[in-house]
Design a protein around this ligand. Structure first.
Ligand code: AMP
Length: 450
């Protein structure tokens, strides 16, 4: 079934065609007509399913039918991270190019003044992270009483990041006549409580994860010696011997993100790093270059890469097995999108055994091994190295509570060891000084949708 049966306008159909999409994804086919009918939606779907367009497309049509320029925002979209917020803005730009809608992004890392200038001019669509929106509300610079449609995206990630109380506060500020669309990959009880409270007779749409289509991603584990030099050499070898158009290398620790990126650059690879210590401006610019194909490899931490929407990443490399098995799914899900083929290679050392076991248990199956001769640890050396107290280097012997390695282990370069270093959390923007974005705010973050 094509897009033309979903009730969208001719103008929008033309924009969809220009974007190169011929068929709606399952969530689009189910959600778009229901949103156009004014129904509340509970979409149980994750990134990669086409869920963003499942709400941006009907919203563009609904908003275009109303008055051309709103004084108060008519639609509010809440996103857990700045990157996801920016992607939704891009989606509005792409499909809304034939409409006259205006939008503003309220995310951390961008000066309040810039955002307020846009708000003062009046916007149809407000895309915000919860903390920054509440800051604007506190400053009295945004009114939500004209909101007609609320979208809460990635509700389970909001929960992971501790934003549910903020989301709840915002939901309570909404006017009574409201159409609400909630999206979440999973339904933990805290999210269920929220949807039970705020959704009115929602149409429930569950779509299976595109990541379960194991056929599109070829996964391999690569057993290597535990020392970092060997791991980096093995990584280079894998990149050189595979047809890597573009790839992401995930590291558990920020300190490794920096070291691995630097090492690859020294060896002549086209590479950039992305992690929570970098200013938002740098992260946005790096992502834009990577998306444009100007950078071949991105070395990333889990949080920084969340929701990253680049549709044709060919390879994902795990420099470490993630300590949280679910991160593995998020990581490898960056490749093999939209039916394209993808590959993932996960380095594993004898010291990772605990994490590998947990991962295989979660997957309920083995990951085939790619043998890399010359990089494997001789059994005796491994045994010796696994006995060595390596606490300082990798934190894995630590008795700290289970959690993300990135949050658990200190950065060797930048933070002194603490028992509980702060989580890399974003947008940690409430009350934080604004990172100097100056004149370098990417155009799409500030521009009105044409
Ligand atoms: P999302 O789940 O919204 O993050 O979208 C995942 C990817 O699928 C994005 O790269 C979209 O550009 C792409 N996409 C969205 N809708 C379609 C469609 N109908 N056909 C092909 N690709 C799509």
């Amino acid at each position: 079934m094509g897009f033309e049966y979903l009730g969208l306008s001719e103008q929008l159909l033309a924009a969809i065609k220009d974007a190169g999409y011929t068929e709606p994804t399952p969530i689009q086919a189910k959600a778009i007509p229901a949103v156009l009918q004014g129904r509340d939606i509970l979409g149980i779907a994750q990134t990669g399913t086409g869920k963003t367009a499942s709400f941006t497309l009907p919203l563009i049509d609904i908003l275009s039918e109303g008055r051309a320029r709103a004084r108060m925002p008519r639609t509010l979209i809440l996103e857990p991270t700045r990157e996801l917020a920016a992607q939704v803005a891009e989606s509005f730009e792409k499909y809304g190019k034939n409409s006259k809608l205006t939008m503003a992004l309220l995310i951390g890392g961008v000066a309040f003044a810039e955002q307020e200038k846009l708000l003062d001019r009046g916007v149809d669509v407000l895309i915000a992270t919860p903390g920054r929106l509440l800051d604007h509300l506190d400053r009295g610079r945004v009114m939500l009483t004209g909101t007609e449609i609320l979208v809460v995206d990635e509700a389970d990630r909001m929960l992971d990041m501790g934003f549910i109380p903020d989301v709840e506060k915002i939901c309570k500020l909404m006017p009574p006549r409201l159409q609400s669309l909630f999206f979440s990959a999973t339904m933990p009880k805290e999210v269920k409580r929220l949807t039970d409270q705020f959704l009115k007779d929602p149409k429930e749409i569950t779509v299976s994860s595109p990541k379960s289509t194991a056929t599109t991603i070829t996964q391999k584990i690569v057993r290597v010696a535990a020392d970092d030099k060997t791991k980096r050499a093995a990584l280079r070898y894998l990149i050189q011997t595979n047809d890597v158009k573009n790839g992401i290398i995930f590291c558990n620790r920020k300190s490794d993100v920096k070291v691995v990126a630097k090492s690859l650059a020294v060896h002549g690879f086209s590479v950039a790093e992305i992690h929570g210590d970098l200013p938002q401006e740098t992260r946005t610019q790096t992502l834009a270059k990577y998306k444009a194909g100007e950078i071949q490899l991105l070395v990333a931490s889990d949080v920084a890469a969340r929701g990253l929407d680049v549709s044709d990443i060919t390879h994902v490399f795990n420099y470490d097995i993630p300590s949280n098995p679910e991160d593995y799914i998020h990581r490898i899900g960056r490749t093999g999108r939209a039916g394209k083929e993808g590959w993932s290679f996960s380095l594993t050392t004898p010291r990772d055994k605990k994490y590998l076991d947990a991962l295989l248990k979660m997957l309920g199956k083995d990951i085939p091994e790619e043998k890399l001769e010359g990089f494997e640890a001789p059994a005796s050396r491994d045994r010796k190295s696994s006995r060595k107290p390596r606490q300082k280097d990798d934190g894995r012997q630590s008795k700290a509570p289970a959690g993300r390695e990135e949050n658990k282990a200190p950065s060797r370069e930048s933070s002194p060891r603490k028992d509980r270093p702060p989580r890399e959390k974003e947008p940690a923007d409430r009350g934080k000084p604004v990172v100097g974005m100056g004149d370098h705010v990417p155009a799409f973050l500030l521009r009105d949708a044409k």
